[in-house]
Design a binder for this molecule. Sequence first.
Ligand code: ADP
Length: 210
Amino acid sequence: MNLIFLGPPGAGKGTLAGLVSKEYAVPQISTGDIFRDAIKRETDLGKKVKEIVGRGDLVPDELTVSLVRERLTQPDAKKGYILDGFPRTIPQAEALEKIQKLDAVVNFAIDDTLVIERLSGREICKNCGAIYHVKNMPSKVKGVCDKCGGPVVTRPDDSRESIMNRLDVYRKQTEPLIAFYQKRKLLKDIDSSKSPGDTLAQIRKVLGPA
Ligand code: ADP
């Protein structure tokens, strides 16, 4: 099953991709996670994208597409995958079409006010990338990851300024993908304003049994 999770930042794509990945036994491929890992390890890629990601701008299409193309050749992606955070522009979507056939695009719909609230309280494990929220989904021990014991921190690009920029970037560059995939009859709309459990139930419904 080749899937895309589409939606604004803070819609819950990453959290749900983790859950769906387990249930449907396909890997979660998050371009955001790949970039954050490269930044943390200070690789060439990391140095190139650090400022862009920090501002909440998009990494250039060419770089992002070649990274995803390479990732999709890995053996674990043969049985399917969830692309979380890719594509984010029409050129990325056009490039992906040339690489592989998709089965569904899950469109996470949510209001801006809720997005801002979620992103302002979001925390992430610096070590394993697990996602938390100070109010809605706190780690059991403050600042310590439930899963790996690593440090749980605020993401540098979850500053107020970067959040507003990412919403703007989403509207201008990513939202046109809704019409793009509607035209291809791949779009499955879900309401992601409720709990992760509720959203997961909706995704099960639109995707069918694992
Ligand atoms: P969020 O969905 O909360 O904005 P992500 O983890 O998906 O966070 O992405 C974080 C950042 O990584 C983005 O703001 C952007 O700078 C970069 N990024 C991720 N995916 C892409 C992509 N497909 N194209 C360009 N840049 C990307």
